[in-house]
Write a new protein. Structure first.
Length: 99
């Protein structure tokens, strides 16, 4: 199911990339640093459905839901040497090939 129009955009990040970013924080002496760990690319929910070639069922939008999320990982890259390596389109293709 898709809430609202499906045109809301999200920055999807593979769990392997998140774990790598968290791992790179271990042993550092950070004082309340905040790092954005994300891909820096967003897709509409409709685009994701297209990648899966799935049927759509729309339900009403949820109050308070963001129109878009988009990460800026430049601080994590600078301070941790972290960059995301997994591409959403690639791992959706991989998942589809497993089915």
């Amino acid at each position: 199911t898709i809430t609202g129009t499906g045109e809301q955009r999200r920055d999807f990040t593979h769990v392997d990339d998140i774990v790598d970013g968290l791992y790179k924080c271990i042993g550092k002496d950070f004082k309340a640093e905040i790092f954005e760990l994300g891909r820096g690319e967003n897709f509409s929910i409709n685009e994701i459905v297209d990648m899966f070639e799935a049927e759509r069922k729309y339900i009403p939008a949820r109050k308070g839901e963001y129109d878009a999320t988009l990460c800026d990982y430049s601080k994590a890259e600078q301070m941790l040497g972290w960059i995301p390596t997994k591409n959403l389109k690639d791992y959706i293709k991989y998942a589809k090939d497993l089915l």
